[in-house]
Ligand binder design. Structure first.
Ligand SMILES: *[C@@H]1O[C@H](CO)[C@@H](O)[C@H](O)[C@H]1NC(C)=O
Ligand SMILES: *[C@@H]1O[C@H](CO)[C@@H](O)[C@H](O)[C@H]1NC(C)=O
Ligand SMILES: *[C@@H]1O[C@H](CO)[C@@H](O)[C@H](O)[C@H]1NC(C)=O
Length: 416
């Protein structure tokens, strides 16, 4: 079975609401007479007063009203700086109006949060308190976090607009990261999470590659397309579309072995596949839920369906045969012998983030030291200087040649 993709497009536009009135006799034309009657019988709902005021703080744009024949007055108010706005989304309600010229809607809790952490960094730097492997936070034009964050000499990983680490990591290669790490696919999945609560069934998004970009091959049912790795848009042309009932994805012009996690799906006889066990599992659960709902069962669907990583795999922490957790790569192969036994604190907190970084840096001589469970050890040392790091391996505070003087120092620091 091929992967099914459900794309959700949410957009609200007042101009979108068209009115076509037809009677048995034909088309009813809008005229002054019609509007007089309409206003008399239906009335007009109140609209923003901003258009009538039009001073420095209260402005708006007159538009056709979203009523039959546009009979009523309608004013779309411009939202001023610092006033409440909504970015939309199910269950959030919508604020009528749009941001005034040069303004954009930033969430109240995180608006300019990136700028603030940037200022904090600059402050500390002027006092000489910044660590050697600390990077100045990168913000976008709206004051939100840039699409990725780096640990110099180590790796770069994707982050959400709010600065939360998300799927996607590459080796740190200096300035060229900016050209290659867009994290568009990874961020798409992150946005989907926020709308997931409002939809009845889980939404299977586009397939990403381990760097957070779009997988060059995306399939909808059994038809596969080549897409732009950065935007996810379908590119047309010969050898850029195939039907899995006839040909495998290896026939596509954009096929690249490094992104094909399951090459065995392209050998043998048709039908070929471009799916993963995790996605198949979710699809089966969705089908089952739909079936039981048709039969009248009331099922709590949201919580019972597991999630896959944006690359379609189960995750980088896997359960071994003897019920311990191990760290695995994107193809499911164990990384070194990172392991945590059940009923231990190491088991519960296991994230394998250090193990992933360790694997990416396989050709480097300065790989991070990981705990037994694949998490970052709190103290990392490099070239005679030690530093405290967070769970993503990012330096916290200044480094020191003497580990006992670090704020995160504990006696058993070597063994986590
Ligand atoms: C604009 O008009 C509103 C409503 O009359 C008033 O409250 C506000 O103070 C005015 N602003 C300016 C800058 O004049
Ligand atoms: C593709 O999946 C179908 C259904 O699971 C299976 O019957 C078929 O053998 C698979 N094809 C290949 C080439 O693995
Ligand atoms: C569990 O299996 C792994 C190998 O998969 C082995 O290294 C480990 O020692 C086993 N743990 C226990 C408690 O048997």
């Amino acid at each position: 079975m091929a992967q099914r993709i459900y794309f959700i497009v949410l957009f609200i536009s007042l101009q979108q609401i068209k009115t076509v009135v037809s009677l048995n006799t034909g088309i009813l034309l809008c005229d002054a007479e019609f509007c007089r009657n309409f206003v008399h019988e239906t009335g007009c709902s109140s609209t923003s007063p901003n258009c009538a005021i039009n001073n420095a703080t209260h402005t708006g744009l007159r538009m056709p009203s979203p009523t039959m024949c546009n009979c009523c007055d309608f004013c779309l108010p411009f939202i001023g700086e610092g006033e409440h706005c909504s970015v939309g989304g199910p269950g959030l309600g919508t604020t009528i109006g749009r941001c005034g010229h040069g303004l954009s809607c930033a969430r109240e809790t995180d608006g300019n949060f990136c700028r603030r952490t940037q200022n904090d960094y600059d402050n500390r730097q002027s006092k000489g308190e910044v660590g050697v492997l600390e990077e100045r936070p990168l913000c976008d034009g709206k004051g939100m976090y840039a699409s990725f964050s780096c640990v110099p000499t180590q790796t770069c990983f994707c982050q959400s607009e709010e600065g939360k680490r998300i799927f996607g990591e590459v080796l740190y290669l200096g300035a060229s990261v900016k050209d290659n790490m867009h994290c568009g696919c990874s961020r798409f999945h992150e946005k989907m999470k926020s709308i997931r609560a409002g939809v009845q069934y889980p939404v299977i998004g586009p397939r990403c590659t381990s760097d957070g970009n779009f997988n060059p091959i995306q399939c909808i049912d059994n038809i596969c397309y080549c897409v732009n790795r950065i935007t996810g848009e379908i590119v047309t042309g010969s050898r850029r579309t195939i039907d899995l009932n006839e040909k495998p994805i290896t026939e596509l012009e954009c096929y690249d072995t490094q992104f094909d996690l399951f090459p065995q799906q392209s050998v043998g006889i048709p039908p070929f596949n471009h799916t993963t066990l995790c996605l198949d599992n979710i699809q089966d659960r969705i089908d089952l839920l739909m079936e039981s709902e048709e039969l009248g069962f009331n099922v709590n669907h949201a919580s019972s369906i597991p999630e896959c990583l944006p690359d379609g795999t189960f995750g980088r922490v896997a359960l071994s045969r003897n019920r311990s957790k191990i760290c695995v790569d994107e193809r499911g192969n164990p990384i070194e012998n990172y392991e945590a036994l059940s009923n231990t604190a190491e088991y519960d907190s296991m994230d394998c983030k250090c193990a992933q970084t360790f694997l990416l840096m396989s050709s480097s001589t300065e790989r991070p030291v990981c705990c037994k469970n694949g998490n970052f050890r709190r103290i990392q040392c490099r070239r005679g200087l030690c530093r405290c790091v967070d769970s993503d391996g990012r330096q916290i505070g200044k480094e020191n040649a003497d580990v006992t003087r670090l704020s995160c120092y504990t006696e058993n620091w070597r063994t986590c």
